[in-house]
Design a protein around this ligand. Structure first.
Ligand code: SF4
Length: 375
């Protein structure tokens, strides 16, 4: 028996109501939502219009996915746990060199798999530094140790390092990552990192799974234990698993947390779209699309990711090298070529039912916006 759910979206005293057994927002005015701060610069750059019209436009954002493996096996991760990249060339430096440098925020180093496993991580960071880019490294922190930083000093030339935390204690970390030493190693690495004179900005990110709502305050204790952080971001689990009861608990917990942070801590907390909505008491899941709302050209005009083999993807969760089924979404390969040359081919892929599983939260938002503005 299906459960009948009602989802509301509030905007300028109007309620858009979707009564459906599928929790999808069907109409919204983005200008009045937390999503607008993401969408507005993309629209201003001209990339959104090109994506809506299906015309070529050099990517507004490029995520480099240099990781060759990952030591964690997070239960919600979409990667192929058995896959390891061997003997790949450095496809990333070439792409940085081919960029015209007109947007210093174009590149991010993230995953895909864990970026610090790449033999080219030092060179990639140096190239970004030499090009004057303002880039971020997103890592699980397991390899962020003194040896790694001694060998690859340009990691600290990046604008910031964002460490994704998968647990606030040993038990939670093991339950999420299946790694027996994950909690202790990452915490020690971050404690040591904070003592370095050459450290760059350290951001902590914690994905709040529904079963951990009650433990929200522990992120503040963790931050103090490691000697501080420059920013904290909290994110909703993008597998969209919160039910209505969880959302009520979540709102209470977030409001109390926010009050405590403002009163006692001098740190910026970024709640992301989903948790901002939850704090405002809006029973809306993160924006998501079905395959019927996807277009044939995806949206490489807005963002692409690049895997260690040089394959280009617009759907961020298709960039997990070795993940089953991702070749279908590949938009080209930069080896002996360039992003521009490959993307100008404007590869068309007919959407299929399984496609949304390869989109991240950003992709869902962009595809929804394109769909609503393509009529
Ligand atoms: S979510 Fe990140 S850290 Fe966890 S298994 Fe996947 S790639 Fe590794």
């Amino acid at each position: 028996m299906s459960i009948y759910l009602i989802y509301y979206y509030y905007s300028n005293s109007q309620y858009f109501v979707n009564t459906s057994n599928i929790p999808i927002i069907t109409s919204m005015q983005f200008k009045d939502t937390p999503y607008w701060s993401t969408l507005q610069p993309i629209i201003a750059s001209g990339a959104m219009e090109a994506a809506i019209n299906g015309n070529y436009h050099y990517p507004y954002r490029i995520n480099l996915y240099p990781g060759t493996s990952c030591m964690f096996s997070c239960h919600f991760c979409n990667r192929n746990y058995d896959f390891v990249v061997r003997d790949s060339d450095n496809v990333f430096s070439q792409v940085i060199e081919q960029d015209d440098g007109s947007d210093k925020h174009r590149f991010g180093v993230t995953g895909g798999l864990e970026p610090l496993t790449s033999p080219y991580i030092g060179k990639i960071c140096k190239d970004l530094h030499d090009g004057g880019y303002v880039s971020r490294l997103v890592t699980n922190g397991f390899l962020l140790n003194d040896k790694m930083l001694r060998k690859n000093p340009y990691i600290n030339s990046l604008d910031n390092i964002r460490v994704s935390l998968y647990g606030m204690d040993h038990k939670e970390t093991v339950a999420t990552t299946k790694h027996a030493k994950g909690y202790e190693v990452v915490k020690q690495n971050l404690t040591n990192y904070n003592k370095r004179k050459d450290r760059t900005l350290l951001y902590l990110n914690y994905v709040l799974l529904s079963e951990n709502i009650g433990k929200l305050n522990t992120i503040l204790e963790y931050m103090i234990d490691i000697g501080g952080a420059d920013s904290i971001s909290l994110r909703e689990d993008h597998s969209f698993r919160y039910n209505v009861d969880d959302r009520n608990k979540l709102q209470d917990a977030l409001l109390k947390f926010d009050e405590k942070v403002k009163k006692y801590y001098r740190i910026k907390v970024d709640y992301g779209y989903g948790l901002q909505n939850a704090m405002n008491g809006l029973d809306v899941p993160l924006v998501q699309v079905t395959h019927k709302e996807l277009n044939y050209t995806q949206a490489p005009q807005i963002k692409v990711c690049l895997d260690p083999h040089g394959d280009i993807f617009s759907y961020m969760d298709a960039g997990f090298v070795g993940r089953h089924g991702v070749k279908r979404y590949c938009l080209g390969n930069v080896t002996n070529s360039s992003l521009e040359e490959q993307l100008k081919k404007m590869r068309k892929i007919k959407p299929q039912k399984q496609d949304p599983a390869y989109l991240d939260a950003y992709n869902h938002l962009i595809q929804k916006y394109i769909h609503l503005n393509s009529k």
